[in-house]
Design a protein around this ligand. Structure first.
Ligand SMILES: [Zn+2]
Length: 261
């Protein structure tokens, strides 16, 4: 097993809020058809270009009191939340998985954060992100063949099977739902995200991912219903991506649930 030096892991943790800042920009720009790479970050209200202090993760937000320094318009809390989430994912990953595998799972976590953030705001899981995750998961599974020190716990055939099965399961569920209810509830984006889960965790991980996603979605809907004292209407759009992301994260970190067999 290849272990990155401690200094490199420290660097990863220091860099992760800045990666989170990039993820926040990505989550804002991608659904609007804009590149996250080109162009300086600017206030969406007055257009003033953000300075170096504003671009400091979390601290920049706190320093300005959560408002644009130029026009005083509140800045979305999504930004510091995503920056903290990116840091939390990095800490969590390197604590649970030693060596380079923790780094790989950290990258998975950053993708999942961007996907969850976009789905929460736009009910959308961009192909660029889901299909990149499928590719990365498959690539990790064959890495051990090329370099034995970089062996990934999921075999290539299990990863490929997981990607196909994950996609097939939610595509079929979506079709059945559409047939019964006359409108779409589960999108192809969800199916591609479950394909990514299968590519990373292997087909053996899929029951755990779906179970965690379904239970956490129900728990959240119940908690929100109790909080707002309103029963959720069946027509309310519910993003399923964040729950699938949570299931994927937990199963890749802690292994598939055995269910006694
Ligand atoms: Zn402004």
């Amino acid at each position: 097993m290849v272990h990155p030096p401690l200094a490199a892991t420290a660097l990863l943790l220091v860099a992760s809020p800045f990666i989170g800042s990039f993820l926040g920009t990505l989550a804002y720009r991608m659904p609007r058809g804009r590149s996250a790479l080109g162009g300086r970050s600017a206030c969406p209200a007055c257009g003033v270009t953000l300075g170096p202090a504003d671009l400091l993760p979390v601290l920049g937000y706190a320093w300005r009191g959560g408002r644009c320094g130029q026009c005083g318009v509140p800045i979305s809390r999504d930004y510091p939340a995503i920056e903290l989430a990116a840091l939390a994912a990095a800490v969590w990953a390197v604590m649970v998985l030693p060596g380079w595998q923790g780094w790989a799972v950290c990258v998975l976590g950053w993708f999942l954060i961007a996907l969850a953030a976009i789905d929460l705001r736009h009910f959308l899981l961009p192909d660029t992100l889901t299909l990149s995750l499928v590719t990365l998961g498959l690539a990790l599974s064959v890495l051990g063949i090329l370099a034995p020190g970089l062996a990934w716990p999921v075999q290539p055939v299990d990863a490929a099977g997981g990607a196909l099965l994950g996609f097939a399961v939610l595509t079929v569920v979506g079709m059945v739902y559409r047939g019964l209810r006359g409108r779409s509830g589960i999108g192809l984006g969800d199916a591609k995200l479950l394909a990514a889960a299968g590519a990373w965790a292997g087909w053996q991980g899929l029951p755990g991912v779906v179970l965690i996603a379904a239970l956490s979605a129900l728990a959240f809907a119940g908690a929100r219903g109790a909080w707002t004292r309103r029963l959720p209407r069946s027509g309310d759009p519910v993003p399923f991506g964040p729950y699938l992301a949570l299931g994927t994260w937990l199963v890749v970190l802690y292994g598939p649930m055995a269910f006694g067999f």
